[in-house]
Design a protein around this ligand. Structure first.
Ligand code: FE2
Length: 276
């Protein structure tokens, strides 16, 4: 029986039911990947994936990309980063520094070939909260006036690990931290749609602007274009494998849960092309 793909919101995103990714046919994989390229976020329900099984499933979506949160990589499957809220470090005021970026961003823009897809698998969910937000940055770009779109197309951003992130070793800071130049507006290689492409915390500057002007530009664009028409908030269910396309969406973590419960996510990244 073919898998069933249903919209999750008016803005974008779909849920996929009736498929076990461990045994999915080539035809089902083609259907899922083409839905992902079009709909940008897929929640594939009811998956039971041990770490080695998750890695095997991920390889069906492409080559695996490196991750720089060195001390969170699973020893038994080194391509998987385990995001466990119970291990959150505490700041000097005793407040947990929760794992997962709470501001809108795309993943790993410090790589020359940043991940096209991020996969997040729910291992353990909190009693309530801990949702993930998604913003359709293709719709966001399309909502801008044509004259403004033309000014943004062609801008180049300089991106890197600007300070040492928590959980990143000195070795990985050197290995993955150096500046990479990407288009600020990128074009999706499959659909041809343009999107605003940036991780503000990894943005050093945009060519022709100061760092301050660059931050103001991306934060202003986010504030003007991310709204109820461009967002989807995923409420996790046990067994969800959520996959999103960083070439079209930004995402953020909601910290509205009790971190001591141990919200555990397994993250794996699929290598993308050099952005254009
Ligand atoms: Fe992220």
């Amino acid at each position: 029986m073919p898998c069933d793909i249903r919209p999750l919101s008016n803005a974008f995103g779909c849920e996929v039911v009736g498929v076990d990714l461990k045994t999915a046919s080539e035809a089902e994989m083609e259907t899922i990947i083409s839905a992902l390229d079009e709909k940008l976020v897929l929640a594939i329900r009811h998956q039971e994936l041990l770490p080695n099984e998750l890695a095997a499933v991920a390889r069906r979506f492409g080559n695996l990309a490196p991750q720089h949160m060195s001390d969170l990589m699973l020893a038994e499957e080194t391509s998987i980063c385990e995001l466990n809220s119970a291990n959150a470090p505490v700041d000097k005021n005793g407040k947990p520094k929760l794992i997962g970026e709470g501001n809108w961003h795309v993943d790993h823009t410090n790589l020359e070939q940043p991940p096209k897809y991020t996969m997040l698998y729910a291992k353990k969910l909190p009693t309530k909260g801990g949702d993930t937000g998604f913003a359709n940055m293709q719709k966001a770009f399309a909502s801008l006036p044509e004259s403004e779109q033309q000014k943004l197309i062609g801008l180049k951003s300089h991106n890197g690990l600007l300070s040492k992130p928590d959980h990143t070793s000195e070795r990985d800071l050197v290995k993955y931290g150096a500046t990479k130049i990407h288009p600020f507006i990128r074009t999706h290689p499959v659909t041809g749609k343009k999107s605003i492409y940036c991780h503000p915390q990894k943005l050093a500057f945009i060519e022709g602007m100061t760092p301050k002007e660059s931050q103001e530009l991306i934060l202003n664009l986010q504030a003007r274009t991310i709204n109820e028409n461009t967002t989807y908030r995923h409420v996790w269910e046990s067994g969800d494998l959520v996959i999103w396309d960083n070439r079209g969406v930004m995402h953020k973590a909601f910290y509205d849960y009790d971190h001591t419960e141990g919200r555990i996510m397994h993250r794996i990244l699929i290598e993308g092309e050099i952005p254009v």
